[in-house]
Design a protein around this ligand. Structure first.
Ligand code: PLP
Length: 387
């Protein structure tokens, strides 16, 4: 069997290898605490689940959905962005629905990159950005996210000949894996930079609703001129506690949205109708459940950051996302050595920073996806491991 050459350009998603290993360890009877995968122990509300169940029972729900995104859901997305960010978009031409934002993160590369074109990709980053660019035949130019810059890209540090040849630049705030946040000033500079070099901005904003203390993340689309140069992905996965529904969205530049619609008319046949109904109801419905959810994440954040700091591990207290980005203790080897040794010794899985890119080396990521008591257990094990 001959498999295409392009399959050698990228690795399988980083969760795949670990799932096999964790399943084996659990089969061996080990009590593994998985702080890796970003799929927390929270659920959609009973109302959301009931709407989904009722729509499934409707005999008319089981035909092919329309190829093109449904009007009520697109209007609900536009309404959510209006209420949440003060952003006005035309639901017909400036919004499309996605089978999880991962669907769009992948296909955007085919829309924007011809073979050999440059994609500016943060390093470290969510791995799908790199894989998608490589599969489309693009070339990746990493843009370092460094602690001294608050894990924001240094736009002026991108060589101008590279910027001129780049077709797109990814930004993701609140950020996975560093948990850094970006303010409106950063988005203003980004829009001006993108106009100067005619580069499409692809903003990935799935953590916009996971935030703590008084912090409320913004949207790239809030800035004047943003939709002339870019788009933003968002998703119900984290915001509405339904990672498994695979319901996402993209808003912004019309030409890019039209290109994505064209690709998706071939790659899928639209979103399962009951999911459209449930996503529409979720976006139009109350959001008070988010406060309790975020309070719980905040408590977990404090448990983990305080425990890490007490054992001498440097970690900032994030203002958003359910991740803690911590520094590998001195003398503990590479991030990969440290995390794999910890997994074998104490059955706690944390993701090595190097899995997110070269500049992730020296860090590891903890996902706050378990109750505070379980996280405390993981931290107690880690303290004993570090001696
Ligand atoms: C930065 C980032 N973008 C996109 C996604 C994918 O989200 P979705 O469930 O909407 O496909 C994730 C999931 O963890 C993520 O961390």
């Amino acid at each position: 069997m001959r498999i295409a050459e392009r399959m050698k350009r990228f690795d399988a998603y980083l969760g795949t290898e670990m799932n096999v290993r964790l399943t084996r360890m659990r089969a061996e009877g080990k009590d593994v605490i998985n702080l890796g995968l970003g799929d927390p122990d929270v659920q959609p509300t009973e109302h959301q689940r009931r709407v989904l169940a009722d729509a499934c029972l409707d005999v008319n729900s089981h035909h092919y959905p329309s190829f093109y995104s449904p009007k009520p859901l697109k209007e609900a997305i536009a309404g959510w962005y209006r209420r949440r960010f003060g952003v006005e978009v035309d639901p017909e031409t400036e919004v499309t629905t996605l089978l999880g934002s991962a669907d769009g993160l992948y296909h955007i590369n085919t829309c924007l990159l011809d073979p050999g074109d440059i994609a500016l990709i943060p390093d470290p980053c969510y791995p799908a950005y790199v894989a998608g660019a490589l599969i489309a035949g693009g070339r990746v130019h990493p843009v370092p996210l460094l602690k001294q810059n608050g894990f924001l890209p240094d736009l002026e540090g991108i060589p101008s000949d590279v910027a001129r040849r780049a077709r797109l630049i990814w930004v993701n705030y609140p950020n996975n894996p560093t948990a850094a946040a970006a303010g409106v000033d950063f988005y203003r500079r980004l829009v001006a930079w993108a106009q100067r070099y005619e580069v499409v901005v692809v903003s990935d904003n799935p953590y916009s609703e996971i935030c703590f203390d008084d912090y409320r993340p913004g949207s790239f689309l809030e800035v004047e001129g943003a939709r002339d140069v870019g788009i933003e992905f968002n998703s119900l996965s984290k915001a509405y506690n339904c990672c498994g529904w695979r319901t996402g969205m993209v808003l912004g530049n019309r030409a890019v949205i039209a290109a994505l619609n064209k690709i998706k008319s071939h790659s899928d046949r639209g979103m399962f109708y009951p999911l459209q109904v449930a996503a529409t109801e979720s976006l139009n419905g109350p959001v008070d459940f988010m406060q309790d959810r975020n309070r719980a994440f905040q408590e977990r954040r404090d448990v983990v950051v305080e425990a890490l700091n007490r054992m001498g591990v440097a970690a900032e207290r994030p203002r958003a996302t359910f991740y803690v980005w911590a520094e590998v203790p001195k003398g503990a080897g590479s991030s990969r050595d440290f995390c794999f040794k910890a997994l074998e010794a104490i059955s706690v899985w944390m993701i090595p920073g190097s899995m997110y890119g070269t500049h992730g080396e020296g860090y590891f990521r903890i996902a706050l996806t378990h109750p505070a008591a379980r996280l405390q257990d993981a931290m107690d094990r880690l303290r004993r491991f570090l001696g």
